[in-house]
Design a binder for this molecule. Structure first.
Ligand SMILES: Cc1cc2nc3c(=O)[nH]c(=O)nc-3n(C[C@H](O)[C@H](O)[C@H](O)COP(=O)(O)OP(=O)(O)OC[C@H]3O[C@@H](n4cnc5c(N)ncnc54)[C@H](O)[C@@H]3O)c2cc1C
Length: 423
């Protein structure tokens, strides 16, 4: 029996009570311990762009503690040992998490150079729906450590010459008996520098791929496999490093039972992860926008100019109102989309258009709210202390991964033109 909307709201609330307690008791003290290092990326990263060892170890310990407390894999399906929380609970939890803690947290959520979270796994670094199709043998070999947060994965789709245009992949996998031999290069892969396993998408049938009719398969490759290298970190906007890296595959051999799903199903497997990611981004961005508006509302009541508090100036009031308009619209869109995702097994309708609307609108709305928060705070808004500039950079960054703003609009338009005009 599927849970009602009210039951899912109650479930999310109960989960959040425990999650906040866990974060406040176990994670916030760690962030405090590393406060100086976290505030200066020149101290946070080694010369090769990797995190300094003690912070990398702390991140691992947060993952393990969160797994033990039952939070790390809570969004992964039950069939692979995850918590199986529905999409609606997923977005409610992320929204509340980002509203409470805001941006700039290394272990809790997105910080300026890190798009993943050590507390909650997603398809870019941990257990997710993408792993439901692995064989029993691989399941018992790999999954326990991934579910426990001891080992991580990454999602290797994008390449130097294939980003939005997934069908343009150049990485190839050729069958050789019970094995596949993979050659190619992956770029902008989150968590690649740290991952123990990579979901690698490769062309297995060039003709079908050229016709956009399949021909792409997904493989779970070990980072220690001969010919596999992920030693280049790619800095992103305004940072000295990031979680993103390159992967090169030079005659990497992987056994056939490491294929995710069936041969030629790579595109569908990838979309399982990406769709989940789009909604998680929508939930997180809505929460981050709420965090920024909360801070702005506090500030405008305190700060005085021309003998009045900022809250008494109409220009400031309008900015607050416009942010509320953005947040309410993003939140309702995201929650409703999550409900549609949860109802899909019954209705048979995958809300493709709505997922794109939720991702695009929430990210762009969040960027506008962060921009207004900076403006409302004047010089303080730009100070690194306030973290608005970090939130703004995160929101700006998120217009690119999991489908750019233009690709979301392309998807929405294609659905409309196919006759999907249900709102
Ligand atoms: C921080 C970050 C993390 C990432 N993490 C991952 C990851 O973990 N795994 C992974 O596989 N990838 C990841 N990516 C890659 C990301 O998914 C791609 O960057 C994205 O899909 C865009 O591809 P591209 O960069 O090649 O841009 P392009 O596809 O070259 O696009 C360039 C511009 O053209 C526009 N454009 C392209 N085609 C069209 C069209 N048909 N109509 C209109 N406009 C169009 C795009 O919107 C964009 O503005 C990440 C990227 C970033 C920045």
């Amino acid at each position: 029996m599927t849970a009602t909307r009210e039951e899912i709201h109650d479930l999310a609330k109960a989960t959040l009570d425990g999650l906040f307690q866990f974060i406040d008791n176990e994670v916030v003290p760690l962030e405090e311990k590393f406060r100086d290092v976290l505030a200066d990326e020149r101290k946070l990263f080694r010369d090769d762009g990797l995190l300094i060892d003690e912070v990398a170890e702390a991140r691992l310990s947060v993952r393990k503690m969160s797994a033990e407390a039952g939070f790390y894999a809570m969004f992964a399906p039950e069939s692979i040992g995850g918590g199986g929380l529905p999409s609606l609970a997923n977005v409610l939890i992320l929204e509340a998490l980002y509203r409470k803690y805001g941006p700039g947290r290394l272990f809790i959520g997105w910080s300026n150079a890190f798009l993943g979270s050590a507390v909650i796994a997603s398809f870019i670094d941990g257990p997710s729906h993408m792993l439901t199709s692995i064989t029993d043998a691989v399941r018992s070999e790999l999954l326990p450590a991934v579910l426990a947060g001891e080992k991580t994965v990454c999602f290797g789709l994008t390449e130097p010459n294939a980003g939005s245009d997934v069908w343009g992949l150049q990485t190839k996998a050729v069958r050789d008996g019970d094995e596949w031999v993979i050659n190619g290069t992956k770029q902008w892969i989150t968590n690649a520098p740290y991952a123990d396993h990579a979901a690698i998408f490769a062309v297995t049938d060039q003709e079908l791929a050229a016709q956009h009719k399949g021909g792409i398969s997904a493989f779970l490759v070990d980072a220690v496999a001969p010919g596999y290298a992920a030693d280049t970190v790619l800095p992103i906007m305004g940072h000295v490093a990031s979680d993103c890296g390159m992967i090169t595959l030079d005659d990497v051999r992987v056994s056939h039972d490491r294929m995710l799903g069936e041969e030629g199903q790579g595109f569908q497997i990838g979309m399982l992860g990406i769709s989940e990611g789009r909604l998680m981004i929508a939930g997180g961005c809505t929460g981050m926008a709420e965090w920024a508006l909360d801070r702005s509302l506090e500030y405008v009541k305190e700060r005085k100019t021309f003998g009045k508090t900022l809250s008494e100036h109409q220009a400031i009031q309008f900015m607050l109102a416009e942010s509320a308009m953005d947040i309410f619209s993003a939140k309702q869109t995201t929650l409703r989309t999550a409900e549609l995702v949860d109802e899909a097994p019954t209705t048979g309708r995958i809300p493709v258009k709505e997922i794109s609307i939720a991702k695009a609108f929430s990210v762009e709305g969040c960027e506008r709210v962060l921009d207004r928060a900076i403006q409302i705070h004047g010089g303080m808004g730009l100070s690194t202390e306030m973290k608005f500039q970090e939130g703004f950079r995160i929101a700006r960054t998120l217009r690119i991964p999991d489908g750019t703003a233009e690709i979301q609009r392309r998807t929405i338009a294609r659905q409309l033109l196919r006759g999907d005009v249900v709102f």
